[in-house]
Write a protein that binds this ligand. Structure first.
Ligand SMILES: CC(C)(COP(=O)(O)OP(=O)(O)OC[C@H]1O[C@@H](n2cnc3c(N)ncnc32)[C@H](O)[C@@H]1OP(=O)(O)O)[C@@H](O)C(=O)NCCC(=O)NCCS
Length: 193
């Protein structure tokens, strides 16, 4: 389900997949070839959410923001595995977030990082690029090994392929709803609720 909120309409690139049981609402942008899988909630109601090209947000993830303070930004080719909670954080290009991880306000996960499954990333934590981060709460374990880099690179490419398989199977391309009085988003002056 893709819904406006206070005149702010999700903006979608080309060949985007949004599973019908996912909710994408408000000030949200999804880049070309992005995919959002079953039962996700992506709620851009009190700040904005940006999801880059070829990024994937797998089943049962929840993405939210903090009113007036922290948007959530996923750059291109980010993978977010099943059951992840992202709140007010930034994931740099090509990062991969393992299943059932929680990432809190102001955290920044560097380019190409691997966050191990089941991690807790505390507020304001900064992960240097291309590192393995793990634990509850998480610490930086060091530079990624070759096998870990290969895993990070494989998942987003797999998901671009998977959503194309769904389109071939008859699942619809995601479309933005039409609204009469569309309004600009938070970056362009929409008042925070
Ligand atoms: C990180 C991961 C890839 C394991 O990689 P690995 O090369 O086998 O890592 P290692 O076993 O060498 O572990 C390196 C360190 O990280 C720790 N670690 C690895 N996975 C961890 C996890 N999930 N939680 C906590 N710590 C973890 C290890 O204990 C080790 O710590 P140490 O150096 O203090 O001993 C794997 O645990 C993981 O999380 N994969 C992601 C799975 C996923 O979500 N897939 C998406 C499906 S689409």
């Amino acid at each position: 389900m893709i819904r406006p909120f206070q005149g702010m309409v999700p903006k979608l690139g080309s060949r985007v997949f949004v599973a019908d049981s996912a909710l994408v609402m408000g000030d949200v942008e999804l880049g070309d070839d992005a995919s959002v899988w079953f039962n996700c909630v992506i709620r851009g109601d009190v700040n904005f959410i940006r999801i880059g090209a070829r990024a994937n947000v797998q089943d049962a993830c929840c993405i939210h923001v903090t009113n007036g303070k922290f948007p959530t930004i996923l750059e291109d080719e980010v993978s977010v595995a099943h059951n992840v909670m992202l709140h007010g954080c930034t994931l740099k290009r090509g990062a991969m977030i393992g299943m059932s991880t929680t990432i809190m306000d102001g955290a920044v996960i560097g380019e190409g990082c691997l966050v191990a499954a089941g991690s807790l990333i505390k507020e304001g934590f900064v992960a240097p690029p291309n590192t393995l981060v793990s634990g509850w709460p998480a610490t930086v374990k060091g530079e990624l090994k070759e096998a870990q880099k290969a895993l990070v690179a494989k998942i987003w490419t797999n998901y671009v392929r998977y959503k194309e398989a769904y389109f071939r199977d008859g699942w619809p391309l995601a479309e933005s709803p039409k609204v009469e009085d569309e309004r600009p988003g938070f970056e362009h002056g929409h008042p925070y609720p």
